[in-house]
Design a binder for this molecule. Structure first.
Ligand code: NAI
Length: 266
């Protein structure tokens, strides 16, 4: 550490430390949720690692604790409203509050608009990726309000900003996440809670693992200025930056983390 970094507190009044904060991350057994839990824990955050996948959350919590961080596993299906209320209350009680909510859980749910069973796919996509987020927010609100730096960070997608063919349930739900973020940023700002949204581009996670490598490479060369898929950790660090006390004036922002995909015009 340089002398300047040592003396940082003399040059800025805002804190870049997350030590002692508490966070709840959904969909934390895999991909970006796992990476976000690890990055937050490495910054001194006590993390509630939640997911449908019980083995997955246990192993993520164990790997964080083995590395000296603080994490606990909580089974949570974000499509289950009663479970959301119970888990958020239990986490807040156990941690003595809640500072950061990361609404990350998601599934790859798409179908052509005239497909049989389309409405079931549509409802499931909205239940998990949009209604689940607002239910988590409603349950967490009283706890976030008591924090001196309450943060809601919703994970949307570049599909929340544009559209790919044949996946309208996913795309519409992710556009909904962007709208929910902006709406609640306006509503909750006066209560001292910021609401922001991250829109990942193509990232190597469980969700994209079935796409053959040559398809990924072809897509990345054509669409992504950085010419590659991103790593989950590259998104997790942006999420952790939004959680910083110093990010106190960031509210209602919709932030692409996509290697330049949405900036590219040709
Ligand atoms: P992933 O498949 O690696 O992880 C998603 C996690 O969500 C899994 O552990 C899964 O068990 C969990 N999950 C699914 N349904 C759930 C439910 N009902 N309740 C609780 N947990 C549930 O996928 P990834 O990529 O890390 O996804 C994280 C978020 O990022 C999702 O919202 C996804 O839509 C979004 N995203 C992913 C992109 C990518 O290229 N991988 C691009 C843009 C957005």
């Amino acid at each position: 550490m340089t002398a300047l970094a040592d003396n940082e507190s003399k040059l800025t009044s805002l804190s870049r430390s997350l030590v002692g904060k508490t966070a709840l991350v959904t969909g934390a057994a895999s991909g970006m949720g796992r990476a976000t839990s690890r990055v937050l824990a490495s910054e001194g955050v006590r993390v509630a690692v939640t997911d449908l996948n019980e083995d997955g959350i246990r192993s993520v919590a164990e790997e964080i604790c083995a590395a000296g961080g603080q994490a606990e596993a909580w089974p949570l299906d974000v499509a289950d409203p009663e479970m959301i209320i119970a888990v958020v209350a239990a986490v807040a009680k156990r941690f003595g509050g809640l500072d950061v909510l990361v609404n990350n859980a998601g599934v790859s749910l798409g179908a052509p608009v005239d497909a049989e069973g389309y409405e079931t796919v549509w409802q499931r996509a909205f239940e998990i990726m949009l209604t689940g987020q607002v239910r988590l927010i409603r349950a967490a609100l009283p706890h976030l309000e008591r924090s001196d730096a309450g943060r809601i960070i919703n994970i949307a997608s570049t599909e929340g900003l544009g559209a790919s063919r044949g996946i309208s349930p996913y795309t519409a739900a992710k556009h909904g996440v962007v709208g929910l973020t902006r709406s609640l940023a306006v509503e909750l700002g006066a209560r001292g809670i910021t609401v922001n949204c991250v829109c990942p581009g193509p990232i190597h996670t469980g969700m994209t693992s079935a796409i053959p490598d040559e398809h990924k490479e072809k897509f990345a060369r054509r669409r992504v200025p950085l010419r590659r898929y991103g790593a989950p950790e590259e998104v997790a660090h942006v999420i952790a930056s939004i959680a910083l006390p110093a990010s106190s004036y960031l509210n209602g922002a919709v932030i692409p983390v996509d290697g330049g995909l949405t900036a590219k015009g040709d």
